[in-house]
Design a binder for this molecule. Structure first.
Ligand SMILES: [Zn+2]
Length: 90
């Protein structure tokens, strides 16, 4: 992944602030807890049309975008297993 691709996607998402926040969080290649990290920035939209699904939709239509993997992992902050997401810009 190149920084220019990240910058290009950030420009494309300027009109979609929720997706931009989710993108910025997930594009650092680290796992993020959907409960305590995702919900505060995007509330119920996090995994819906305005959040993850919206980001992935861009990818399916042939545009480059964020490929998101989700897994259940133990979260030390939530003190239980939660869904975690990690993104890869492709
Ligand atoms: Zn958590």
């Amino acid at each position: 992944m190149t920084n220019s691709l990240v910058a290009e996607i950030q420009v494309q998402l300027k009109k979609a602030p929720t997706q931009l926040k989710v993108f910025n969080m997930l594009s650092d290649k680290k796992w993020h807890c959907r409960d305590h990290e995702g919900k505060p920035i995007a509330s119920a939209q996090y995994a819906g049309g305005g959040g993850i699904q919206g980001l992935e939709r861009g990818n399916r239509s042939g545009r480059r975008g964020l490929v998101i993997e989700a897994e259940s992992k133990n979260c030390q902050v939530c003190d239980r297993r939660t869904r975690h997401d990690v993104g890869q810009v492709k």
